[in-house]
Design a protein around this ligand. Structure first.
Ligand code: NAP
Length: 308
């Protein structure tokens, strides 16, 4: 059976695409991935998604998106796509050995957390090193911990972690936060947060559990040790496009290119929406908006193909 639309990925972009495609009677098949719901599943309070004046928890918001997509008969499969072939139509998508075919594809696989790339960081992942404050903050009650980064994620994670930790060091490589003004202000005024400026983590100390960090000050060129029991990375994300390499055009950072004036990729009939193609805005609301655009673009493209 050839699907009219297959949607790969299930964050705000994919689920909004599903709602629109389903309501356009395209009977979308969504392959949601093992990490369903995307990055909002790893956040707490979402305060800037319109329609929720008191804020909403990220996972709750995504569960509502999903219910709405299912209400209009989106079929959802909880697997990771392992391979694609977009060289001819119908497009081919594999989950291991199982093959699916579709006349159009919407890619909304999002982005994943970046790591520093230190051997000690990898070794101690899950033993004090984490990239998800929401998942692991609870384990650091009354402990001193550090967060690396200077953007909104680092600010948000630092503030969240003050609920548990006795002290949060925010380690930033420059002398100014990249975070939005309101978030930066909250961080700088918080009595449990101390910012360590112009510094990078060069080693995570500890054999089985994190006991501290070696920090290099880029201005004084000096190293020092900081005793903490946890390290949270919040240094940005990379797009999840590995399986699409060689099948559609990506930019030099791996984001999917949409060369025209809509969400179509370099392969006609394959569309992209959300963080997988957007390294500028990267908001839930913009991802959802692009998901809507992608579904409308796919619908129009399918109509054109049918009338040809
Ligand atoms: P980001 O804005 O790209 O910030 C990444 C931060 O990590 C930057 O401060 C960067 O330093 C630092 N960094 C990057 N690589 C590093 C490395 N190897 N070592 C040390 N530091 C490193 O990423 P983000 O904070 O994840 O935010 C992404 C997007 O999501 C943004 O558009 C943000 O506004 C949005 N967001 C919004 C909210 C909210 O509104 N509540 C919450 C979270 C995220 P430099 O500053 O020197 O580049």
């Amino acid at each position: 059976m050839t699907e009219k639309v297959a949607i790969i990925g299930s964050g705000p972009a994919g689920l909004t695409a599903a709602i629109y495609a389903a309501r356009a009677d395209l009977k979308p098949l969504m392959i949601e991935g093992m990490e369903r719901g995307g990055q909002l599943m790893l956040t707490t309070d979402v305060e800037n998604y319109p329609g929720f004046p008191d804020g909403i928890m990220g996972p709750e918001l995504m569960e509502s998106f999903r219910k709405q997509a299912e209400r209009f008969d989106t079929r959802i499969m909880s697997y990771d796509v392992t391979r694609v072939d977009f060289s001819s139509r119908p497009f081919r998508i594999w989950v291991d050995e199982d093959e699916y075919q579709a006349d159009s594809v919407i890619i909304s696989t999002g982005a994943s957390a970046r790591w520093l790339g230190l051997e000690s960081e990898t070794r101690l992942r899950g033993h004090g090193v984490s990239a998800c404050a929401t998942c692991d903050g609870f384990f650091f009650r009354d402990k001193e911990i550090a967060v690396v980064g200077g953007g909104d994620s680092a600010a948000e994670e630092s503030l969240f972690l003050t609920k548990f930790a006795s002290k949060v060091y925010l380690i930033h490589r420059r002398d100014e936060l990249r975070a939005s003004k309101i978030m930066a202000k909250r961080v700088l005024e918080h009595d449990k947060i101390e910012v360590i400026w112009d510094s990078v983590v060069v080693d995570v100390l500890g054999d089985d559990l994190v006991t501290g960090l070696r920090i290099h000050n880029r201005v004084t060129d000096e190293d020092s040790d900081l005793a903490v029991e946890g390290l949270f990375l919040a240094i940005g994300h990379d797009p999840n496009t590995k399986i699409f390499q060689g099948h559609i055009e990506l930019d030099d950072q791996g984001y999917i290119l949409t060369p025209g004036s809509n969400t179509m990729t370099s392969v006609p009939g394959v569309f992209a929406a959300g963080d997988v193609t957007d390294h500028v805005y990267r908001q839930a609301i913009t991802a959802a908006g692009m998901g809507c655009q992608a579904a409308i673009d796919a619908e129009r493209w399918l109509d054109e193909k049918e009338s040809e």
